[in-house]
Design a protein around this ligand. Structure first.
Ligand code: ADP
Ligand code: MG
Length: 343
């Protein structure tokens, strides 16, 4: 049997020490980390960006098919994605956890392995947190802190008419990954002996369980001296995020269905479920790609990056948010996709 150490054997302080004892601070801005009443951070004249996310077992994740190490990694990454969406660089995180007595020290170790893997991959310091027991299940709260030069942060409300609408990476994969895992979970519950059939679906499942934040895109902007005019990360599906830009910037937009990047794996997987791959990209969510607008004069710079697609442009508000479908139809874009999608 696997080793199981009860958390009660360590006690709260013993557990915190156990989980945080190997931290080596990497950022000059991390003045004081774990071990005092609060962390001390100095961004040396740069502006500070803060974001937080709460993840609740049974609501945001299902431990039946989510390895704890992946969960730790993802809990950090989704927060870093929000920092990058501000065109900022993440530097510190604090992480608070609540867990029932179902969880052992070994289970929390696995979770923290993922947390530290993300910290190391993205160069951020874990500088604090809080630890509590819970009646039931696992609760995770991560707060990420980042820095940005004054006047470099990017809001949702500052897109201009004529700006190019762009997205990074490819979309819709995480949603399909979720469909596969939910399908296998159902089969497993109905007939526990059956082995999961996820052959060939590693890409879409990986996109759900172990997403990455687009650090590289923000670095590309800095290197190419591109200042996006608006930006956000895609957590709820492309259409919902585009509508945020339109609403907050008081503009309309034209989005071309045939320009929306969807991977071959996502396309094939969508057909297995008999759903439209475009619908997955528009309303799926959890892609953690970036959607942003740039000035038209940045077009030549933007197209140099293989991982960026220009998918449309911003218009005057009177034109509304529209999508031009592959068949040439013009429809109003809604948070669910577009208004004729399910006809
Ligand atoms: P306090 O009682 O002042 O809130 P705690 O005993 O909760 O302090 O925490 C002691 C130190 O350990 C603090 O620096 C806190 O930020 C850190 N810490 C507590 N829980 C965690 C955790 N789950 N992960 C990382 N650091 C933690
Ligand atoms: Mg505390």
């Amino acid at each position: 049997m696997e080793e199981r150490t009860e958390i009660a054997d360590l006690g709260e302080f013993g557990l915190i020490d156990h989980l945080t004892k190997n931290i080596e601070l990497q950022n000059a801005s991390s003045i004081l980390g774990v071990g005092d009443d609060a962390a001390v951070i100095d961004h040396f004249g740069r502006q500070t960006v803060v974001t937080t996310d709460l993840l609740v077992e049974g609501v945001h994740f299902d431990l039946i098919y989510t390895p704890l190490k992946h969960l730790g990694y993802k809990s950090v990454v989704v927060n870093l994605s929000d920092i990058y969406a501000m065109n900022a660089v993440p530097t510190q995180i604090v992480i608070s956890i609540g867990f029932s007595n179902r969880f052992s020290v070994e289970a929390l170790d696995e979770f923290y392995e993922g947390v530290y893997a993300a910290c190391s991959r993205y160069g951020v310091d874990l500088v604090g947190g809080d630890t509590s027991s819970s009646q039931k299940g696992f609760i995770i709260s991560v707060t990420a802190i980042g820095e940005v030069s004054p006047d470099r942060f990017v809001k949702r409300s500052t897109a201009q008419k004529g700006d190019l609408l762009c997205v990074s990476g490819d979309l819709g994969a995480a949603y399909i990954g979720l469909l596969f895992l939910e399908r296998e979970k159902k089969i497993f519950i109905e007939s526990p002996g059956v082995q999961p059939d996820l052959e060939g679906e590693a890409y879409v499942i990986g996109r759900l369980l172990r997403p990455e934040a687009r650090k590289d895109i923000v670095e590309f902007f800095a290197a190419q001296q591109i200042q996006p005019t608006s930006m956000l990360d895609i957590s709820d599906g492309l259409s919902s995020e585009i509508l945020h830009i339109c609403k907050q910037s008081e503009l309309g937009c034209v989005l071309y269905e045939d320009k929306i990047p969807v991977s071959e794996q996502t396309r094939n997987a969508a057909f297995k479920f008999e759903i439209d791959p475009t619908a997955c990209a528009l309303s799926g969510g959890e892609d953690y790609e970036l959607v942003f607008t740039v000035k038209q004069e940045d077009y030549d710079k933007i197209v140099q990056h293989e991982g960026i697609s220009v998918v449309g442009y911003m218009t005057e508000p009177e034109k509304g948010a529209t999508i031009i479908t592959k068949g040439g139809g013009k429809h109003a874009l809604t948070a669910q996709g577009w208004n004729h999608m399910n006809k």
